[in-house]
Design a protein around this ligand. Structure first.
Ligand SMILES: Cc1ncc(COP(=O)(O)O)c(C=O)c1O
Length: 449
């Protein structure tokens, strides 16, 4: 089958994610032949830099030899057995390693994607309150502009209308905070302290809801799908103090931020807080397969522990919970993160990515709000003539995406916000090439070239 036929057959049957399929008329799918390290190799012989780590998960690049070896070793033994009433050394070692991330969160519940993990944490929080004499705690507070996944409950917790609008009629009500005050990353103005007046407004809102709230849910420090927006970790300290006062949970959605992406194993570490639940996926397996985890404390776990007829058990199940193949990948990935000092190297890498984004800004004059944290940098595309955003109907970000793909980098923006979120181990010369491609593509889009 030649490439044209393959694409025609793809479009006849396959419905791709997060897309208006009509866009595929002008932006047909890349035909992936193979992928290695930071590169995707296409059927027409091109090498494309995976500048967004394939939706933020391929933290160690494609086909990392050590992870491949670990996965193959597991596959040689068995791939999956029901996790109810079975166990294996791979899963036990995985659980032990997970419990070391934040020693207070020493219980791990497994699922197979990020949305489900967040939904599980929310369900656990509700059930916990129900079983500890607080059944009136049956709602949540989430942050303005947050994103937590695509199931109905997580869409309700999210605040990205583009995904949730068609379902507005059936979404449970989740209160959202006032809009947040953002900053440009560690060390920038507004990073150390969340402004008192803005917090006071949020606190007023929270106080009114306090008796009904089971948990406050948030993406710690950076909101990914909401446009890579960074806020002061001080806000999280304030949430922790407030929720402690009211016996309310904190759910940290670390699905994007965790495992080094934001420069720490957990972004909550920036605030020095421990949430009641933390959810992980993406970088946990270095993108080697669908797997997610919800971490909580023994104290929380104990609220579900009792005789069978106490009815306290947490009866959530997904078929692929406890999938040993991805657990083997995660174990190898965690070893590599440690050995390659991913966390220690983050400040330097962050500065480099910020520099590269600044370079794109200076070449084009079309970037605003350049920001960086950990292994990511982002900026908003603006009209260089006016310094203002383009009309969203011009789809500038989408055009940039097309150009960048033609020029050799996968840099899929969020609206008109584009970002670098490459695998941690991307060599410097590849990062530079990625920035050159971004600058060239943006110039083409804004008519400078
Ligand atoms: C913060 C956050 N939570 C939840 C999710 C949902 O994860 P998944 O796509 O694996 O369902 C994402 C995905 O991007 C995310 O960034």
């Amino acid at each position: 089958m030649n490439s044209k036929e393959l694409i025609a057959l793809d479009l006849r049957h396959l419905w791709h994610p997060a897309a208006q399929m009509k866009d595929y008329e002008t932006l047909p799918p890349l035909i992936v032949e193979s992928a290695q390290g930071p590169f995707i190799h296409t059927a027409d012989g091109r090498e494309i830099i995976d500048g967004i780590s394939s939706w933020w998960c391929k933290s160690l690049g494609h086909r990392h030899p050590r992870i491949r070896e670990a996965v193959n070793r597991q596959l040689d033994r068995f791939e999956h057995v029901i996790f109810a009433n079975t166990t294996s050394d791979t899963l036990v070692r995985f659980g032990e390693k997970m419990a070391q991330i934040c020693p207070k969160l020493d219980k791990v519940f497994l699922a197979d994607n990020g949305s489900t993990a967040v939904e599980i944490a929310m369900k656990m929080s509700l059930q916990y309150h129900l079983q500890t004499g607080n059944k009136e705690r049956n709602t949540f507070v989430a942050l303005h502009n947050g994103y937590h996944g695509e199931t109905i409950l997580t869409l309700a917790a999210g605040d990205c209308e583009i995904y949730s609008k068609p379902f507005a009629n059936i979404l449970p009500k989740v209160e959202k905070t006032d809009p947040l005050v953002y900053c440009l990353g560690p060390g920038s103005v507004g990073w150390d302290k969340y402004p008192d007046p803005a917090w006071n407004e949020i606190e007023k809102q929270l106080d009114m809801l306090a008796p009904r709230v089971a948990a406050v849910i948030f993406e710690p420090v950076i909101q990914g799908s909401g446009g890579m927006k960074i806020y002061s970790p001080d806000l999280l300290r304030r949430f922790r103090a407030w929720t402690d006062k009211h016996n309310i949970h904190l759910i940290a959605d670390e699905i994007m931020t965790g495992f080094g992406r934001c420069g720490k194993m957990m972004a909550c570490e920036y605030a020095g807080i421990i949430p009641d639940f933390a959810t992980f996926s993406k970088g946990m397996t270095a993108g080697w397969g669908p797997m997610s985890a919800v971490m909580c404390s023994t104290e929380t776990y104990n609220a579900f522990y009792g005789d069978y007829f106490s009815g306290k058990a947490f009866l959530h199940s997904n078929t692929y919970t406890g999938y040993p193949v991805t657990a083997a990948a995660a174990l190898a990935a965690m070893e590599i993160y440690e050995e390659e000092k991913v966390i220690e190297k983050a400040p330097e890498k962050s500065a480099r990515l910020r520099q590269l984004m600044e370079y794109v800004g200076s070449e084009t004059g079309a970037l605003n709000n350049i920001r960086a944290i950990g292994y990511m940098a982002a900026a908003d595309i603006v009209n260089p003539e006016t310094g203002k955003p383009f009309d969203y109907k011009q789809r500038t970000g989408f055009k940039f995406y097309q150009r960048a793909m033609d020029n050799g980098a996968l840099l899929r923006p969020i609206g008109d916000t584009f970002y670098f979120l490459p695998p941690f181990n991307t060599p410097d010369d590849v990062l530079e090439r990625m920035a050159e491609i971004a600058a060239k593509s943006l110039k083409q889009v804004i008519g400078k070239q």
